[in-house]
Design a protein around this ligand. Structure first.
Ligand SMILES: Nc1ncnc2c1ncn2[C@@H]1O[C@H](COP(=O)(O)OP(=O)(O)O)[C@@H](O)[C@H]1O
Ligand SMILES: [Mg+2]
Length: 277
């Protein structure tokens, strides 16, 4: 973990806007967040954009460890702590977009992205988009057991409009953009004008929402590196016992290109700290 802390410390030094690592969180970042965050007020119901409704499957959610169906209080508490830290740091920096990535497949990026998005939306002042941006291995819709017609690839290839790919899954303040059609040329899609249109359109929705992108690992393709300039900050999901130190060392260069909000240690053996960052 010291490597990550080292990267974060260096970033904090280079960019004064970035809070300096984990230890200082309780100090500067929180008070800055308080100052930066506008007074909480609920938008009028007519000012809230409505999206088409998609059914979800509670059994699929349970199978895939989605928070709503999780009875485990320790896990639920850990996501709330993560949620609050993310909210503070994003507000302190006026950041709205968050990429969830990692170094390898299967470390829990999608699980973390879904559960964090749900936990964020449980805060009455946070409005959230959850977007499947793992274009080669989209899984978000399947994890939620969503029934839907069009996904993100359909928008990117001009076969669907924005309002056809954003779904209300029955969770207040959360809207989801799933994807059912993998594409090989993912980084080209991420850099396309259509993708820029997509991000701009999300940012123009009311009320303004935090966007959580479920992303591929940084080392498997150039997707994260290509898209990093368009994302305000990132969470790195690492898996205890799975993420090799050497892999993290190789990721160092890419990590230096992004605002690293924190590291989520998934599958921690220390129950109370799972997941934490
Ligand atoms: N903390 C955890 N404990 C047990 N299983 C987990 C945990 N986090 C994720 N998983 C499981 O591991 C598998 C891979 O997780 P996923 O979130 O899809 O990883 P990624 O998106 O990084 O490829 C899934 O079957 C998921 O349910
Ligand atoms: Mg995934």
């Amino acid at each position: 973990m010291s490597l990550i802390e080292e990267v974060m410390r260096r970033q904090a030094h280079e960019r004064t806007a970035v809070p300096a690592g984990l230890a200082t969180h309780a100090g500067g970042a929180v008070s800055a967040a308080r100052a930066a965050r506008p007074a909480a007020h609920a938008p009028a119901p007519e000012a809230v954009q409505q999206y088409r409704v998609a059914a979800v499957d509670p059994d699929a959610m349970e199978r895939n460890r989605v928070l709503l169906r999780m009875q485990d209080l320790a896990v639920s508490r850990a996501y709330k702590i993560l949620r609050t830290r993310v909210l503070h740091r994003m507000a302190a920096n006026n950041w709205y977009t968050l990429g969830v990535t990692g170094t390898a497949a299967g470390e829990g990026k999608t699980t973390t992205a879904v559960n964090l998005a749900i936990a964020l939306a449980q805060d009455p002042n946070a409005w959230v988009f959850l977007v499947d941006l793992d274009l080669q291995r989209p899984q978000l819709g399947a994890y939620l057991g969503m029934s839907y017609e069009y996904g993100l690839t359909d928008f990117l290839t001009g076969q669907a409009e924005l309002e056809q790919v954003v779904y209300d899954i029955g969770i207040k303040r959360l809207a989801v953009v799933p994807n059912a059609s993998p594409v090989e040329t993912s980084s080209e899609h991420l850099l396309s004008a259509k993708m820029a249109d997509f991000i701009n359109a999300l940012e123009a929705q009311t009320p303004r929402r935090i966007v959580v992108f479920d992303m591929p690992p940084i080392m498997m393709s150039d997707d994260v590196l290509a898209f990093a300039p368009r994302v305000d900050c990132f969470l790195l999901v690492v898996s205890q016992g799975h993420t090799a130190r050497r892999t993290l060392a190789n990721a160092k260069e890419v990590l230096a290109e992004m605002n690293l909000l924190g590291v989520v240690l998934n599958r921690s053996t220390e129950r109370n700290d799972s997941p934490y960052y």
